[in-house]
Ligand binder design. Structure first.
Ligand code: PBG
Length: 331
């Protein structure tokens, strides 16, 4: 049926109607906030390229988590800045590692929070690559061993979800095996399955002090031009036992999120990465955009594309935006 019988504007005429037929709603249940933990006490190092975000020592991190939970942010993703680094990332595999300490401290003080632990070597290696270097490149199968150790150690510290972001082949299977052997068969794996070699990670590498000292990550992260390959990555991770798959970054890859959604029946996470966040902040600081409307539109678009979970530095601000909306509606 077409015009004049069909008039799509009919359902746009009143706000209550528009709310009634809205297809996609972002909820605080969907969001995960990334946080950076560093050594020391009472340390708050603002990350200049990511306004509002800081490297926090464990004590302040716990306070930050309490504030987030009070706002309605229910889950955090932890990245560590260690005291010292080594060639293989062994510092990430020990009980008193920086993230392990942070998880124990959070879990000791906060009951209702999900702590996701990023698993990767790039923050912990002297060269800044995501694994062990042999002949100038990251050695896949040697790296699997440190990733498995790191994962078990993070689970022992109390991590609720293990999230490998290294892009080695076979790491989901290897980590699943290690977790199960250590009786952590109930800990889910959220795999960074389709992770692209993206320029949008720029600000994060300042935040996590994890920029590679030579070369780039193109021998392990995906070519930004590919989406068939993303489906192969996703399929392999599902076969190896991933519980949640991820597409990263989010905004330039909404088509990939949609293809994954249409092809597989598994929860999908999308990582709204640092560069995507910082571009919004920079434009807003210049008065060029309406920041709150842009944040809502961006997060809604990621969900509309098919993501169930969104990892985003906008999470606390989105909580404020949603609360304001509820108040305007009179709840
Ligand atoms: C570690 C890792 C990165 C991000 C998450 N985990 C950076 C990278 O691969 O260099 C990026 C997150 C962001 O940009 O917000 N491998």
């Amino acid at each position: 049926m077409s015009f004049p019988t069909t008039r799509l504007r009919r359902l746009r005429s009143k706000e209550i109607l528009r709310n009634m037929v809205r297809e996609t709603k972002v909820s605080m249940d969907d969001l995960i906030m990334p946080l950076f933990v560093c050594p020391g006490t009472n340390v708050r190092n603002p990350i200049s390229s990511m306004p509002g975000n800081s490297q926090l020592s464990v004590d302040l991190l716990v306070e930050e988590c309490k504030a987030l939970v009070a706002k309605g942010v229910k889950s955090v993703l932890l990245f560590g800045i260690p005291e010292s680094k080594d060639e293989h990332g062994h510092v990430a595999c020990v009980a008193d590692g920086i993230v392990q300490k942070a998880i124990r401290a959070i879990k000791a003080e906060i009951k209702d929070i999900i702590v996701v632990a990023d698993v990767c070597n790039c923050e912990y290696t002297t060269h800044g690559h995501c694994g062990t270097i042999v002949d100038g490149d990251v050695h896949n199968d040697l790296t699997l061993e440190t990733l498995a150790k790191q994962s078990v150690s993070l689970a022992e510290a109390g991590a609720d979800i293990i999230a490998p972001s290294d892009m080695m082949d076979g790491r989901v299977g290897r980590i699943r095996q290690a977790l199960d052997e250590n009786n952590f068969y109930n800990i889910p794996i959220m795999a960074y399955s389709a992770k692209y070699a993206s320029a949008f990670y720029g600000p994060f590498r300042e935040a996590a002090e994890s920029a590679p000292k030579f070369g780039n990550r193109s021998t392990y992260q995906m070519d930004t031009a590919n989406s068939n390959e993303a489906l192969r990555e996703i399929e392999q991770d599902i076969e190896e036992g991933a519980d949640i798959v991820m597409v990263k970054p989010a905004l330039s890859y909404l088509d990939v999120i949609r293809r994954v959604k249409d092809t597989y029946n598994i929860p999908i996470a999308a990582y709204n990465v640092s560069g995507e966040f910082s571009m919004v902040k920079a434009a807003a600081a210049n008065g060029w955009i309406d920041e709150e409307r842009i944040i809502k539109e961006i997060l809604t678009s990621i969900k509309r594309a098919g993501a169930d979970i969104i990892i985003t530095y906008h999470a606390p601000q989105m909580a404020d935006i949603l609360r304001k909306e509820q108040q305007l509606k009179g709840y």
